[in-house]
Design a protein around this ligand. Structure first.
Ligand code: FES
Length: 490
């Protein structure tokens, strides 16, 4: 077993989130150096991890099963070739360790011979001591279950560290390096996801990767020799270190134009339509959670809408469309849009994105259909294992809290998440006059009930009028604009 573990691997072994370990390090409850913890320090913090399988591990497994469902199991096992390669790599590591043990024994043997040949009686005690020590070194004793777990984890997953950002993630099952990074919420550079464009080309600095599919993009001999591979067409065989750029602002995401198709539509209720678009396999939409794109339906009806899913599924794009009688886009979407129909999309745009490096708690306020970009942000925050997430969904009426089961399922499944529903009792697109007072009172009640809210990052999305009122509310409490992000949904 490695003497030191990365936080990602340590969190997986113990069955807690990476953020929890980071918090313990911040509070001085666990010692770490350069983002690595020793097994000893980990066990000092989590002595129960000595047990074969903790209740916590089982609980986390249940949470993941509920939260992500069948897909987790479908991708739990890697390709047989990759599995064999990983086991071979482990065999090599074991053989190296065995050779080191043999050498250690031989060294002690030579020391014994040397001491034996020395006539001085005073060395007798030393010989006895050495004899016992050698027997102890040879005797394996009780094997730490954590070591066994780590070996299994090494077979099932490989850990990849990205330089220079120092993001790290685990590669599981059939995932390519690119897919695994996206699942972990890390926005690497890429284009087609299919081996054609070369935008995901990156340099392997350490570790072993393996090509999992052929690609048309040609990597020159010199680049191959320098360790360059396509992240969309390779997986990790062993733990690896890779040099690759990571997008950390909206400016790093290119403008894209794609012809997508309607995969499905569904009426969530009389006023809200769920639109599911699918892009071609080789033209996926690269975006940051919380961003908008422009959609053109029927060749001429356009609207800019927030994407309601996280960037980890860049091919399947979800939108929540509100019925607005007389609005040509809305009328077309509700009454005429057909499955398989072409939809032109352009973007992404917007700066409503997660402050993912901030240690502050994250407070989300969704007004009516503002839930769409908030859902994207929360799913992304969950991929990053961000702690301390609070969602307040404020509906004009009950009907406008149109997907409560999703938020309630997050609340049930995650310790670090709280969810509250509130009914305004009037149309949030028109909160002027007395209604503004009512909305202010509602926000004040929420704030009084949660003393930590004003120290957190605030995200507000919904109709412009309600967002403006909420933005003013937080400005009056002196929150800087850098901590209050807004998205006005049409
Ligand atoms: S994303 Fe286009 S080649 Fe990998």
């Amino acid at each position: 077993m490695t003497a030191s573990l990365s936080l990602t691997r340590a969190a997986r072994l113990i069955g807690v989130t990476r953020a929890e370990l980071q918090r313990k390090i911040r509070l001085g409850e666990m010692v770490a150096h350069d983002g690595m913890v020793t097994v000893g320090n980990l066990l000092a913090c989590y002595p129960a991890a000595q047990l074969e399988d903790t209740a916590e591990t089982q609980r986390i497994a249940q949470i993941k099963e509920r939260a992500f469902g069948k897909r987790v199991f479908e991708r739990a096992l890697p390709e047989p070739e990759v599995l064999a390669a990983r086991i071979t790599e482990l065999g090599r590591t074991l053989a190296t360790s065995q050779a080191q043990v043999d050498a250690f024994k031989a060294l002690l043997g030579r020391l014994w011979d040397k001491l034996d040949s020395t006539p001085a009686v005073s060395t007798e005690d030393m010989k006895q001591w050495l004899k016992q020590e050698v027997e102890l070194a040879i005797e394996p004793g009780v094997i730490n279950p954590l070591s066994v777990k780590d070996n299994v984890l090494s077979v099932m997953t490989a850990q990849v560290t990205i330089l220079p950002s120092r993001h790290d993630f685990l590669v599981e099952g059939h995932d390519s390096l690119l897919e695994a990074a996206m699942r972990a919420g890390i926005p690497l550079s890429y284009g087609c996801s299919g081996g054609n464009c070369g935008l995901c080309k990156a340099k392997v600095v350490d570790g072993e990767v393996r090509r999992t599919r052929n690609h048309d993009y040609i990597i020159s001999g010199a680049e191959k020799a320098a360790g360059y591979v396509l992240l969309c067409s390779n997986t990790a065989v062993s733990d690896a270190v890779i040099e690759a750029p990571v997008a950390d602002s909206v400016q790093d995401i290119p403008f894209q134009q794609i012809e997508a198709h309607v995969k499905a539509t569904g009426h969530i209720n009389d006023d809200v339509l769920l639109l599911h678009l699918q892009t071609p396999r080789t033209r996926r939409l690269r975006f940051l959670a919380g961003q908008n794109i422009s959609l053109r339906l029927g060749g001429s009806f356009s609207a800019v809408l927030p994407i309601a899913n996280c960037p980890c599924d860049d091919r399947n794009l979800l939108f929540h469309i509100q019925r607005q009688p007389g609005n040509l886009f809305s009328d077309y979407a509700f009454d005429r849009l057909k499955t398989h129909e072409a939809v032109e999309i352009e973007g992404p745009q917007g700066e409503f994105i997660l402050h993912e490096k901030s240690p502050r708690a994250q407070y989300f306020f969704a007004f009516d259909c503002g839930f769409a970009p908030i859902k994207s942000l929360i799913e992304h925050a969950m991929s990053l294992e961000v702690e301390n997430i609070h969602l307040h969904w404020i509906g004009s009426d009950k009907q406008h809290i149109y997907l409560p089961n999703i938020a309630r399922a997050w609340d049930d499944a995650l310790d670090n998440f709280s969810y509250h529903e509130h009914i305004a009792g009037f149309d949030l697109r028109n909160p002027g006059g007395k209604r503004a007072e009512t909305l202010g009172k509602l926000l004040q009640d929420i704030q009084i009930a949660d003393a930590g809210m004003l120290q957190g990052n605030i995200y507000i999305a919904g109709p412009a009028e309600a967002v403006d009122a909420a933005e003013s509310f937080f400005a009056e409490y002196g929150l800087p604009k850098t901590r209050v992000s807004v998205s006005r949904v049409k």
